[in-house]
Design a protein around this ligand. Structure first.
Ligand SMILES: Nc1ncnc2c1ncn2[C@@H]1O[C@H](COP(=O)(O)OP(=O)(O)OP(=O)(O)O)[C@@H](O)[C@H]1O
Ligand SMILES: [Mg+2]
Length: 1295
């Protein structure tokens, strides 16, 4: 491996891994950027993911102790003390309370799905291990074991308690269905929990490494019924450290129970057990350490008392226990004296009380006790004779301590057994979960027999562990028929080195022990070296005569053999044995009396027979073998406890310390096995589904597909060092390979996402663009259509205009034509007709009331109905008309006639286009004349008006209409009348023929409600005929009575009055009326025939536009007036008011009193009126002449066009907007004023103004447009004095 400069790595400095950056690397050495130089072997690759603190470190990208430590530290810093390495749970002691062990947590784990552990939903936890074991037990119907190891103070015992807590909680749930965690425990469950304080009080002690160090190993087997209810428990203990009873090291203590008793005993107990202070006792005094920081031992004592009770120990038993404890303490106070060290010794005088106390407490004889401490009985060979030898001081002290230790050991064993027996199930359990809380691998400064035993145990357990992990692995490979064996390092040889029957180290030791006094530590070492000096795991310590080393899986350990034999024998002499037997207290006897031990070493030595001696090692080996056998029969779960620091303090992560522990925790071994085998395995289907995308499409989901994927991913499927293909699974040697595939997959997904996004964006943009394009296209099309439409309209307008002209020009003989047209077309056509007509000066009026407007284009005949000019004889006689004769003529005195007095007989002379009338045939006295114009006409007078006509002037009436003024004439004979009418008509035609084509008939077209247009032609200008023709044509053709018509009836002089035909009216009923309309301007839609207001006719050439309403009301009259503006200004929606201005015809129909003189009092009009009146008063008082006033008025009018106006409010709709206008009428003309802004919109100056009749105060005026008005000067005067003056002035001057 070579490291590149700049690469992040881990380097081992002072036994701890640290993160570093490569500065340079050469010659097998790496120099970090911090300046440290380390050997390459002390460097390893940096984990990119360890800083994330993975839950399961098997998933680390690089798996070695450095990355593991890095990961562990990351988690530790976040109070995550549990982490998996595959199937192993690592637990780092936090040395502080962490709130993850409550009932709620138990509940969480208990309720969670079993998969939750596997899929990472449940975080690593000791409860997860307990849950797993419990559920697996029930699922697999197989016993389980939880093997908790770690060095002293790493948290094994705490972990064990948490496992027990979890199991009792879920068991009680199983027992009491639905009970929550924390439900009351059953007695046996309680016993299991309560066994802990007892075991800890008797088996634990404060050491420098752990304030509550377990000085024994235990395997706690929890027994379950088939439904998972705890039925009992069995505790097996291993190798209690009994030396601690008599000589705790400095800063350490003996077993807690001594301290609890001395601190917590009641006064009675103190008296009974003769205890006062801890300082009173030699054993407790030795180390000078009495307290454990933060522990209230008085309370603890009570707790233990309670635990005794809960574990069903009787009072007598407890009493016996306390007696033995007190006895041991007192025994320790026995002191010996001798003159010289080698002299026989005696009990010192001050020991008497202690001896007495012991004897009293344990029911020994004082002398026997004393003797057993100061002398030893020796046998003399085979015949059984014995003798006593006095012991030297040291020997006596040893005997004392041996007695104490022995008593304590037997007491401890008895307690464990008692508690165990008490909780044991009556019936054989269905399954069990064994929890092993055993000392971890130990390397002390001086390692003795105990360490050999402990490390041997760990070696055994490690072998079991490796076998388990390996076996599982191999089982899997076999199942998958990989034909692969994994190459990994087994510790079998090391285990054999120690335990091999007869020849193993323990066997050689046993042999020496068997030799009795002849056996020696030196011989043991010698033999061992001889046997194993070439052994792979055995190291001869050449410089030492007493030491050897074993290359344990975790570390090489050097053992000091001195004392091996003694420790192994662990025997007490017969004197002590018989002393202990001597007690008559049954409870005590049952505790300290041990029969089978009695014949041990001593007997062997005595008889010299080669009988198997029950040595410590042998017993331990056996029990260990039993343990391994038990564990092998279970499914094991491994918990490795690690100690974050030696300081027993929270928040310290001592890397070197952790690294050391990792070394012998087996974690690295797991990794090795894992690395030796295949780190990753995946079902084919899972694999294929996950990675098929890397290679596109593959067939199926099996081996072939997986193989294809791997091959295409450039992985050699034949290379079993990389990958193996089983029956159902893919095996990848390294996690990194999976990572590589995952990365490729991720990359692929990422790029796919990008591609999809890209495509989508493109598609999105394309669609958007398409949309815009379509939109633009649509707009362009619309625009084109619009233009086309415009063009078409223009064309149509032109066509319509042309048609109109054609109608004017061509004689068409009454062929009706109906054509369908769209409403818009119609309107457009109408508009064009309208404008065309206007520009051509054709007389036509349009009422464009939205879509309902119907226009009958009509070109008036220039002649009356008697005009002979028709189709057959198109020409007219251009011969000047010359007629003479008497005619009666209506005088100019008044309109409201009915009386004859107004009529005069005059002698009329017509020359060409001029009619002059005289007083008589002498032609001397000219009374007046008419000058005919092209717009003049001669018409009959409607019959209705005949009643108003005078009698006695002739019975045949007709009238001549010139510039808005009609003159009624009468003669005696019809032929005469015809002569005059024909003559006048001809004259008019002749006039017209000079400027325009003479019409020979009347064309009309009716725009029907169904949008069809009927065109027809009549050869008459007789209004009645026209009407009848229209009516019949339409009704015949359409089969309906389709429209309302005005019944127009004329006064003798004017066609002023109308009624409205409803559709109900029979056309024949029109008979009595003289219909003189020229043009039907508008017809309402069929549906709205009930409302006849919109029907409009133009009834004369001079008074051309008028509207009739069904209900004849004032407002209608106002509307009538306002409508005059319509053609120019658009559609009038309403007219609200008037001030005294009415057309004369309306006035005739209404009494003056009903006329509204004054309208709204808007500020403006009021002001204007006030101004006018004030001004009028001024003028009156100034006594100016009329002419002067007039001049002034005209002058002012010129300055201000609105001067002296009479106002009307008019509202109009122009271009679909509502406009409010004020219509002003004054001497200069008609003015339209914006109501809001009061700005002048348009002015129509008068073109002419004339008196309607001399006798009346009415006058007509014509504006520049086509608006003709008739006003009453009478009202005019009242309304506007100046206007009246002006009008009179004009009229007077005109005439
Ligand atoms: N999960 C834990 N949370 C908090 N503190 C703990 C935890 N585990 C252990 N400790 C602390 O560490 C101390 C030592 O733990 P424990 O007695 O379980 O160690 P051990 O491995 O059994 O040691 P020994 O081998 O000496 O018996 C406990 O008394 C407690 O203070
Ligand atoms: Mg412990």
């Amino acid at each position: 491996m070579s490291y590149l400069p700049g690469a992040k790595i881990y380097v081992k400095l002072n036994d701890a891994w640290q993160q570093a950056e490569v500065g340079s690397a050469s010659g097998g050495k790496v120099t970090t950027t911090n300046g440290d130089t380390v050997a390459e072997k002390d460097c390893c690759s940096y984990s990119a993911v360890a800083a994330q603190g993975l839950d399961d470190m098997i998933n680390l990208d690089v798996l070695h102790s450095a990355s593991i430590l890095h990961n562990l530290q990351t988690r530790f810093d976040a109070d995550k003390i549990y982490t998996y390495v595959g199937s192993i749970l690592l637990s780092v002691n936090p040395f502080k309370p962490i709130s993850i062990f409550g009932d709620d947590q138990i509940d969480t784990y208990a309720k969670a799905d079993v998969m939750a552990i596997k899929d990472g939903t449940l975080k690593p936890h000791i409860f997860a291990v307990a849950k797993d074991s419990f559920e697996q037990m029930l699922r697999d119907q197989k016993s389980q074991s939880v093997i908790i190891s770690g060095e002293s103070g790493a948290g094994k015992t705490e972990a064990t308690k948490y496992v027990l807590k979890y199991l009792t909680a879920v068991s009680s749930k199983a027992g009491k269905k639905g009970a929550a965690a924390g439900a009351e425990l059953s007695p046996v469950e309680k016993m299991i929990i309560q066994s802990s304080p007892i075991l800890e009080a008797f088996g634990n002690a404060k050491t420098v490494r752990n304030n509550n160090s377990s000085r024994f190993g235990k395997y706690f087997e929890i027994q379950f019924s088939s439904v998972g209810e705890i039925t009992g428990g069995v505790i097996t203990d291993y190798l209690l450290e009994k030396s601690r009873v008599v000589c705790p090291a400095e800063n350490e203590r003996g077993y807690h129970i001594f301290y609890l008793l001395c601190k917590g005993a009641s006064p009675e107990e103190r008296a009974k057990y003769k205890i006062e202070n801890l300082t009173d006792f030699h054993y407790t005094n030795l180390s000078g350490c009495f307290d454990v920081e933060g522990v209230d031992e008085v309370e603890e004592y009570k707790a233990v008392q309670q635990a005794f009770a809960d574990c069903k120990m009787t009072n007598l038993e407890v009493d016996a226990v306390k007696r033995i404890l007190a006895g041991i303490l007192h025994l320790g106070n026995a002191k010996f004296e001798s003159a010289e060290d080698d002299d026989p010794c005696n009990l010192s005088a001050d020991s008497a009380a202690s001896i007495k106390a012991v004897a009293d407490l344990l029911d020994f004889s004082e002398s026997q006790l004393s003797n057993s401490l100061t002398q030893r009985t020796m046998s003399t060979g085979g015949r059984g004779s014995v003798y006593k030898i006095k012991l030297k001081k040291k020997e006596a002290e040893a005997a004392r301590d041996a007695l104490a230790k022995h008593m304590y050991l037997t007491l401890f064993s008895w307690i464990v057994k008692k508690v165990s027996d008490n909780m044991q199930a009556e019936k054989p359990p269905a399954f069990s979960i064994g929890v092993l809380d055993i000392f971890g691998f130990e390397v002390m400064p001086v390692n003795s027999f105990e360490q050999l035993c402990i490390n041997f145990a760990n070696e055994k357990l490690h072998q079991q562990f490796i076998h388990y992990v390996f076996a599982l692995e191999m089982e899997e490979y076999d199942k998958e028929k990989l034909g692969i064996t994994i190459d990994y390092e087994d510790n079998k040889d090391c285990v054999e080195l120690i335990e091999k029957k007869g020849t193993g180290i323990l066997g050689i030791l046993q042999e020496q022990c068997q030799l009795g006094a002849r056996g020696s530590d030196a011989e043991f070492l010698n033999n061992t070296i001889q046997t194993y000096n070439k052994h792979r795991y055995f190291i001869v310590e050449k410089r030492s005569r007493t030491e050897f080393s074993i290359s344990h899986y975790a570390n090489p350990v050097k053992y000091e053999t001195e004392g091996f034999l003694e420790k192994n024998r662990d025997s007490v002499n017969d004197d002590i044995r018989s002393l202990m037997d001597s007690t008559s207290m049954p409870e005590i006897k049952s505790i300290i009396h041990k029969k089978e031990d009695a014949a041990a070493g001593a007997a062997a030595g005595a008889r010299g027979r080669k009988r198997k001696v029950a040595t410590v090692a042998n017993k331990f080996k056996d029990s260990l073998q039993t343990l391994v056998t038990v564990i092998n029969s279970t499914t094991p779960h491994y918990v490795r406890c690690l100690k974050s620091t030696e300081k027993k303090m929270p928040g310290i992560f001592d890397g070197a310390n952790m690294n050391r522990q990792l070394g012998y925790s087996g974690v690295l071994e797991t990794i090795k096995v894992r690395l030796a085998g295949y780190a990753v395995r995946m079902d084919y289907s899972v694999f294929v589904r996950r990675f098929a995308i890397l290679v596109g499409k593959v067939e199926g989901e099996g081996k072939a597909a997986a193989s294809e994927i791997l091959t295409k991913s450039k992985i050699d499927v034949a290379d079993t060092k990389v990958v193996a293909l089983g029956i159902t699974k893919v095996f990848l040697k390294r996690e990194a390979l999976l990572l590589q595939l995952e990365k490729a997959r991720e990359q692929f997904l990422l790029s796919s996402v990008l591609v999809i996004q890209r495509y989508w964006r493109r598609e999105y943009a394309r669609r958007k663009f398409q949309k815009l394009k379509e939109e633009a296209k649509r707009k362009a099309e619309e625009e084109a259509r619009r233009r086309e439409e415009e063009e078409r309209k223009k064309k149509e307008e032109a066509e319509a205009a042309a048609r109109l002209q054609q109608c004017d020009q061509q004689e068409t003989a009454g062929e009706d034509e109906g054509r369908e047209r769209s409403a818009t077309e119609q309107n457009n056509a109408l508009n064009s007709v309208m404008s065309k007509a206007r520009t051509d000066g054709v007389q036509c009026t349009f009422l464009n009331i939205k879509d309902r407007v119907m226009v009958l284009g009509y070109t008036p005949m220039a002649t009356n109905h008697r005009n002979k000019v028709d189709k057959e004889s198109p020409g007219i006689s251009m011969e000047p008309v010359m007629i003479k004769g008497w005619l009666a003529k209506e005088g100019s005195k008044g309109f409201t006639t009915g009386r004859f007095n107004n009529w005069n007989k005059r002698f009329f002379v017509m020359k060409k286009d001029r009619i002059v009338y005289y007083k008589d045939e002498s032609l001397k006295d000219k009374k007046g004349d008419f000058q005919l114009e092209t717009s003049s006409s001669v018409t009959e007078i409607p019959e209705t008006y005949h009643k108003n006509l005078p009698t006695g002037v002739g019975n045949h009436f007709f009238q001549v209409n010139i510039r808005g003024r009609s003159t009624k004439l009468a003669c005696d004979h019809e032929t005469e009348k015809e002569k005059w009418m024909d003559g006048i008509s001809t004259a008019i035609l002749q006039l017209k023929s000079g400027t325009e084509k003479v019409k020979t008939g009347s064309d009309f077209s009716v725009h029907m409600p169904d949008r069809s247009i009927l065109t027809s032609s009549v050869k008459t200008s007789n209004a009645k005929d026209v009407f009848l023709k229209v009516a019949t044509t339409v009704s015949i053709q359409k089969g309906i009575q389709f429209f309302s018509l005005v019944k127009a009836y004329t006064t003798p002089d004017r066609l002023d009055f109308y009624n409205v035909f409803s559709e109900r009216d029979n056309v024949a009923d029109l008979g009595p009326y003289r219909l003189a309309f020229y043009r039907v301007i508008s017809l309402k839609g069929k549906d709205d025939l009930s409302d006849p207001k919109l029907l409009m006719v133009e009834y004369s050439q001079t008074v051309r536009a008028n509207l009739m309403f069904f209900e004849y009301e004032e407002k209608d009259a106002i509307e009538l007036a306002a409508l005059q503006l319509k053609v120019k200004e658009g559609t009038i929606s309403s007219v609200t008011h008037t001030r005294g201005f009415l057309s004369e015809n309306l006035h005739e129909y209404m009494p003056d009193s009903q006329l509204m003189r004054y309208g709204d009092n808007t500020e403006v009009t009021n002001q204007w009126e006030a101004d006018i009146l004030n001004r009028a008063a001024d003028i009156e008082s100034s006594k100016k002449s009329v002419n002067e006033c007039m001049e002034e008025y005209i002058k002012k009018s010129q300055e201000n066009v609105l001067y002296g106006c009479t106002f009307f409010e008019v509202s109009m709709i122009r271009e679909e907007q509502d406009y409010a206008y004020i219509l002003g009428v004054n001497s200069t003309g008609l003015h339209v004023i914006d109501r809001k802004t009061r700005a002048l919109v348009v002015s129509f100056p008068y073109v002419s103004i004339m008196r309607w009749s001399r006798s009346s105060k009415k006058f007509n005026f014509t504006t520049q447009g086509e608006n003709h008005w008739t006003m009453l000067t009478k009202q005019g005067e009242e309304i506007n004095k100046f206007m009246g003056i002006y009008v009179r002035f004009l009229l007077d001057n005109k005439d």
